[in-house]
Ligand binder design. Structure first.
Ligand SMILES: [Zn+2]
Length: 218
């Protein structure tokens, strides 16, 4: 089986996505890129995460041709492949429909630097990409452009994308961004905007977390 390790990672982290409350039903999707061949293992379309095994993950060429796998690849395949094509530092992509990040995306607001944890994204904030149809090449391009080299981007009226040097990093980032989005919404619900960290404070946080402008988790 091609990319057995990466396919197993897709299956394992799909279950973690559900258990961590980062998605509901079949929403969201994940992928891992093989550093040697450049091939990508993606989650299948429309399957319950609890049922997905390594064999259900689909192996694609960088251009999106199916190399191995009987399932239909995720409907957001273009989104995943666009990050790999544009970013030599990205080897895993996690797309969630997690509630707090999605609520913020529905407000079409970026997540500002209200916590040092956002330094894990390699940026000061999580920007919100403009609305584009789900599954479209236009959405993929808007997400990559808006992420601008950072580790996380909100998709307007849709959800969140986190990328990383490996699946553990991308997944941990999705958890932290969801936590920060939830806290931010609670601040807004309290009728106040939270205090924001300065660019200098965020730069120090990146240094202390060891991200140095990359989206590697601490
Ligand atoms: Zn989605």
């Amino acid at each position: 089986m091609l990319l057995q390790t990466q396919r197993q990672t897709v299956a394992d982290y799909g279950r973690r996505l559900v258990r961590a409350g980062l998605t509901a039903g079949t929403g969201g999707n994940l992928s891992v890129r093989d550093a040697v061949s450049g091939a990508v293992a993606v989650s299948p379309s429309g399957m319950a995460y609890e049922d997905i095994t390594a064999a259900d993950a689909v192996v694609l060429s960088p251009a999106g041709a199916v190399l191995e796998g009987a399932r239909k690849p995720t409907s957001e395949t273009a989104l995943h492949l666009a990050f790999y094509a544009a970013r030599a530092d990205v080897f895993a992509v996690v797309h969630t429909h997690s509630p707090a990040a999605t609520a913020l995306a529905c407000l079409r607001r970026s997540l500002p630097p209200m916590s040092y944890l956002l330094a894990l994204t390699g940026r000061d904030s999580v920007p919100c990409a403009p609305y584009r149809d789900f599954g479209s090449q236009a959405l993929a391009e808007a997400a990559v452009k808006t992420a601008d080299g950072g580790g996380a981007v909100l998709l307007a009226s849709h959800g969140l994308v986190c990328v990383g040097a490996d699946m553990a990093a991308a997944f941990a980032l999705a958890e932290q961004v969801e936590f920060c989005a939830d806290v931010y919404l609670r601040c807004l619900a309290a009728g106040r905007e939270p205090a924001l960290l300065t660019a200098e404070e965020m730069a120090r946080a990146r240094e202390r977390l060891g991200t140095y402008g990359q989206n590697r988790g601490a």
